[in-house]
Ligand binder design. Sequence first.
Ligand code: ATR
Length: 279
Amino acid sequence: MTDLYAVMGNPIQHSKSPQIHTQFAAQTSQDMLYRAMLVPLAGFENAVHDFFKVGANSEVGKGLNITVPFKEQAFEVADTLTIRAQTAQAVNTLILQEDGSILGDNTDGAGLVGDLVANHKVPLQGRRILVIGAGGAVRGILQPFLHEQPESITVVNRTFKKAQALADNFSEFGNISACEFAQLNAPFDVIINGTSASLSGELPPIPSSVIAAHTVVYDMMYGQELTPFLQWSQKNGAAKVLDGLGMLVGQAAVSFELWRNAQPDSQAVLLKMRQQLNL
Ligand code: ATR
C-alpha cells in the first residue's frame, strides 16, 4: 500500500502543491504519492470522507491540503483542531490519526514565519510589526506571529471594524492593536501585506512614513513582477521586499513534516521554483 496525499480545491489546475510535495518526497526518500483533486463546489465533505476511507485499492489516503474555496469547510469537517487552526478558523491541512479521526491544522502562518525567520533571517521577536488587511489570510497568521513574541502587532484595514475585531480576538496571545490608515505616522520594523489589493493591481492607502531604512516588507502574494505594494515599498526605501512564494513553499514544508515526520529542504525547492517561474 502506498500512502496517498492530495490537495483539494476548485479550481485546482494551477496548484503548485503536487510539484512541491513530490520534490519533498524525493529529497527525503518517502514512499508516497501526491495528487491534485478537483472537488465539486457542493461535494467537499463527501470527497474528504471518501479520500480517507480504507478501501481495497493499493493506495491509502493519509493527508490532505485544502485550498480555495474549502478552507472554512475543512475547519468544520475536522474531528479535532490544533490551536492555530482554531484561531485561524480555517484549515489547510488534514491529517489522518491512528484512531481513524481527522486532525485539522493550519500551516499558513508557520510557513510565513519560517520564510521570514529561517530563510530571510528576519527575526520577529521584539519587533514592531504592521499587518495590513483583516480577512481570512490575516486571521491565519496572527497566532503564529504573536507566538514569536514581537514587541507589538498593529492591524490596519480599510474596514476598521474588522481590524478591531481581530485585535480583540487575538489579544490573549500577545500585544496586538488595531488602527486606521490615517493614524499611521511612524515606521515599523516589519510590514506584512495580507490584503487582496495586489490581485487587482491596487495599493492599500498607506503613508510612506511607515517605512524606514531598516524596514522589511512582505507581500503574501507573488507573481511575475513585484506586486504594486512591493514596488511602492522599494521606491520608498525599504531595506528588503519579499514576495509570498516562500510562504507557499513554507506552508507545504510544515504540512509535509506533520504527515511524514521528515524535514524537507524547502530552500532548495524554493530556489528551483523561482528559476522555473522566472521570478
Ligand atoms: P482573504 O481570505 O484573501 O484574506 P478576504 O477575507 O476577502 O480575503 O480579505 C481581503 C482583505 O483585503 C480585506 O482586509 C480587505 O479589506 P476590507 O476588509 O476593507 O474589505 C482587503 N482589501 C481588498 N482590496 C483592497 C484594496 N484595494 N485596498 C485596501 N484593502 C483591500
